[in-house]
Design a protein around this ligand. Structure first.
Ligand SMILES: [Zn+2]
Length: 411
């Protein structure tokens, strides 16, 4: 508690010196001395990604000691710059070591890191965390084919996969299509990042590879947490990052709003994340950190179709409950001003009337929209973006419009 308060006060002092937070504090007649307890955080305004994107130097606490930058395109498309001091990198690595430990990874593991090494920071931070744990690391990063990944995983007898869950699913399909069984690989665990993971999809991946899949969650501006063996939610490092729920609804769910208290580079103070969840409290495992419920949705991802608010996460969750479905693409489009939805599915089996009825009813139950369903051959769905998006809204300006149009024309 004491440590948190000291860290919090130091962060406010640092923030006061920055162009952006300093101006916000002066506007409110606030001085660092006005922050005596953590509750005083409420005196600060809530900010969003927009404020950090506008001028990244304006939110850096100690610009002299920044030694590197990473960027993220995020889900909403605008690149965010995060400046890291040496201190910050140590903080991120410390948090990620905890995440890997929570996920059951230890020094005996051979960690296959498929997270890209580049401007996006996750590849490096997970790498350094695995190194700190004493594990062996295969720094694969982004490779051009699934086969290259599989060959390396086999060569090194990797026991842990780190990366995007959709990718692990895809690698499994590749093996199955070539009459190989993913369960013959030495993989025991996966630590998955980068996108919300419905239980139905987790189950699919776990059964396919006969592994334990653990979820990690983080934001480049803020830091990271992970789930433990109880799989009740995400353990959050509140000694580094304070968390509030804003615009809470009656179920206690709202937007997660974060304040970093141990960083000195890019400072996030009352940073509204756009992630929708709730605070659960303590975990059954007894570890001394609070749990955040799984992030199902970014608020930006909720989409209105024909006047109804649709959740891409729910669609994914429901579709993966159908055993016959191996991949899908959901397209929202506008035809002469009217909303239109099209679902493309890749199947394990042949389509019959019963299956078609099942798919249609699942989609209409989660969207109350009449959607055209088309079965396509395996592996035709293009990989869209770094995370392989499966829900595309063509009514909005979309960087992938040409790819989607070309795909739709070809099938
Ligand atoms: Zn736990």
């Amino acid at each position: 508690m004491e440590q948190r308060l000291t860290r919090f006060k130091n962060t406010i002092k640092l923030a006061y010196k920055t162009k952006f937070y300093g101006a916000e504090m002066r506007k409110r007649n606030l001085k660092p001395e006005d922050f005596k307890s953590i509750d005083d955080l409420k005196k600060m305004p809530i900010i969003s990604k927009k404020d950090i994107v506008k001028d990244f130097w304006a939110v850096i606490g100690d610009p002299k000691n920044v030694y590197k930058f990473h960027t993220t395109s995020g889900t909403s498309g605008t690149p965010t710059v995060v400046g890291f001091t040496y201190n910050d990198w140590d903080v991120y690595v410390e948090q990620n070591v905890r995440c890997l430990k929570l996920a059951g990874i230890d020094k005996n593991d051979i960690v296959y890191n498929s997270t890209p090494y580049g401007m996006f920071f996750a590849g490096f931070v997970v790498h350094d965390a695995a190194k700190a744990l004493g594990a062996k690391i295969i720094p694969a990063g982004r490779l051009s084919t699934g086969k290259q990944h599989l060959d390396l995983m086999k060569l090194f007898n990797a026991t842990v996969f780190i990366g995007i869950p959709q990718y692990l699913l895809k690698l499994g399909y590749y093996l199955q299509d070539n009459d190989k069984d993913p369960r013959e690989y030495s993989l025991k665990k996966a630590y998955v990042l980068g996108e919300p993971l419905p239980e139905s999809k987790r189950k699919k991946i776990e059964e396919m590879w006969d592994i334990d899949v653990r979820i990690g969650y983080g934001l480049s501006e803020v830091g990271a947490g992970a789930e433990c063996e109880e799989k009740m939610g995400i353990h959050w490092p509140t000694d580094h990052i304070l968390v509030e729920i804003i615009n809470e609804d009656s179920s206690g769910k709202g937007e997660l709003c974060y304040t970093t208290i141990s960083k000195t580079g890019t400072l996030a103070i009352r940073f509204a994340s756009g992630d929708h969840s709730r605070i659960i409290g303590k975990c059954a495992c007894g570890r001394d950190s609070i749990l955040i419920d799984y992030i199902e949705e970014r608020l930006d991802d909720l989409t209105k179709i024909k006047g109804t608010l649709i959740s891409p996460f729910t669609i994914e969750s429901e579709l993966f409950k159908i055993n016959e479905i191996r991949n899908y693409l959901f397209v929202v489009d506008s035809n002469r001003g009217l909303d239109e939805t099209r679902l493309y599915v890749e199947l394990y089996s042949e389509m019959d009337r019963k299956l078609m009825t099942k798919i249609k009813s699942v989609i209409s139950a989660s969207t109350s929209i009449n959607t055209t369903v088309k079965v396509i051959e395996k592996d035709l769905i293009p990989i869209i973006g770094r995370k392989g998006k499966r829900f595309i809204d063509l009514r909005k300006k979309n960087a992938y419009e040409n790819v989607i149009r070309k795909f739709e024309k070809s099938v």
